[in-house]
Design a binder for this molecule. Structure first.
Ligand SMILES: [Cu+2]
Length: 133
């Protein structure tokens, strides 16, 4: 009866895969023959974050948002001065004033956002980042 040994081997493989998934950017390495989407993620992943970005002439507040991979970000834009929009090109997300969008962030990385409305002399400086860790 090798059942115990077999279970230990599977556990070790799972641990290796988990480490690999945490350590690198490449989540699609195809190393796992049997992905298990129902396995609950650890470390608070999957949490919901609500952030309201306030836009004025000419900055976003906050200009940097940090979440964990697997989190959902509920993002709202509020113009407090002037007319501004938010565009996150890499995530295919754009927000107008008082709009809210839920963004599922699975891939670690740094996603730049910028003002999507030509708002004047400081327009080009209106950038920020969503950092997925
Ligand atoms: Cu602008």
């Amino acid at each position: 009866m090798n059942t115990t040994r077999r279970i230990i081997a599977i556990g070790a493989l799972a641990a290796l895969f988990a480490l690999g998934a945490c350590g690198g950017n490449n989540a699609n390495n195809g190393a796992s023959p049997s992905p298990s989407p129902t396995t609950p993620a650890e470390g608070g992943a999957g949490a919901a974050n609500e952030v309201t970005i306030k836009a004025s002439n000419w900055k976003f507040e906050p200009a940097e948002i940090r979440v964990k991979a697997g989190d959902t970000l509920k993002l709202t834009l509020e113009n407090t001065q002037g007319a501004h929009g938010i565009e996150v090109s890499d995530l295919n997300v754009s927000l107008k004033n008082n709009e809210t969008k839920e963004i599922k962030l699975d891939q670690p990385g740094s996603y730049e956002f910028h003002c999507s409305i030509q708002c004047g002399q400081g327009h080009d400086a209106m950038t920020g980042f969503i950092v997925v860790e």
